[in-house]
Write a protein that binds this ligand. Sequence first.
Ligand code: 9MG
Length: 259
Amino acid sequence: MGILNVTPDSFSDGGQFNELDAAMRQAERMVAEGADIVDVGGESTRPGAKAVSAQEELDRVIPLVEKLSGELNVAISVDTNKAQVMTESVNAGACMINDVMALQNEGALQAAASLDSSVAICLMHMQGKPRTMQQNPEYEDVVKDVYDFLEQRVADCVEAGITRQQLCIDPGFGFGKTLQHNLSLLKNLEEFTKIGLPLLVGISRKSMLGTLLGDVPPEQRIDASIAAAVLAYERGAQIIRVHDVKQTVDALKIAAAIQ
Ligand code: 9MG
């Protein structure tokens, strides 16, 4: 899954792709490099990020989703937690909703349940909200707590009328987690496959990697991102959300060849 942020303030590529043509060129490049899914985001979820209005998010995302679905042969995911953006994105051609709030925002569960049953939905775990989530994250047992949350959200979705076949789960690296929490989740990632749904992970260029490398900036975290992607794949991740598609695809081809 290639990341395509159309936001002025995302942590790694914020501001680079907020012109429609530039975003299209980046999407074409990611597809040529082997991305099966392009994840379009119109609101930054990095720590400390400000929320944007539904209208602003729609203005950023919908023209791009329409153009992508008309011109590129790729699955389009939209990274949003707003009910209206979910509905309008699918109407514009998206076939997946990636919600870092796991459909907990007002109206999101109902909006997702009324989408066509072919639409995939990713439920991600986050403790807190982007603005404050890194202030003092605490867990009794991070793997168990995140597992129990995801299992409960899957049950809530099924009760609301979403089928299990539509769902995938994500432990949410960096979302209300310390470095130690993130490392425990990655080490024990295989646990999450017991939920019986495809596992999506996003570690690409995240600060957990920067910290381990001695506080290097996002653009110097590419090699570490590839290592993390391979570790996640070996532990059962089926969808890996990344900035650097070519490098990740090459590495995963090698990992896949020996599995
Ligand atoms: C939008 N976004 C940023 N990081 C993410 C992650 O780790 N997983 C998912 N599903 N979405 C993410």
